[in-house]
Design a protein around this ligand. Sequence first.
Ligand SMILES: [Zn+2]
Length: 213
Amino acid sequence: MADGAKTLLMLSGGPDSATLASLVDRELPAGAKAAAVYLCSGHPVDDRQIDAANRILGRIGGRLEIIVVTEFLNAIHADPVMRQAAAPFVPFGGAIALSIMTLYAIKSRSAAVYVGLHREDVEERQEFARQSIDRLESLAAADRHDAPKIITPFLDMTKAEVLKLGASMDVPYALTWSCARADAIHCGQCGSCRARRRGFADAGLADPTRYRA
Ligand SMILES: [Zn+2]
């Protein structure tokens, strides 16, 4: 990463992006901080995720920037972009989210956007395959010489492998939020909670999460 270049990362407040935040923090030159961006879709769980994102940043520094896409989603009668894994998706929702990040990077003069997508994300949505992301990057670069790189360090890793990497960096997973419900603690039953539980179990790590059931 070039000195002086700004760096963005998508931070959802979940364990994958928390791991990404720690990784990026380690890779940046001393004293440099990435700008973390939360895409706010108007989902009831936004508040929980934003709290989690701020707590994560509280450990490593950096500021959280919130891009509100609620009105846009309302206008197309869509469910939130990049929302919980068990929920129905917006057609092209992943590409839309990455496009918003690309545009924001251009506007904020950032050379790179880091995204914590992993192998299961690709299995769920081909939009997140590297070749799809390469196409998006090329499209932006054809129009703008200052289009950012979209960097996905975990794309070939399982969630369990991401969690193992994070554990080696002491990522504070107890601070992260996965549940699709906006309750005080994780429900333990929704698709996101199940993926979280399975990830820790497959990684052979103690799960620090309080689940209701
Ligand atoms: Zn849940």
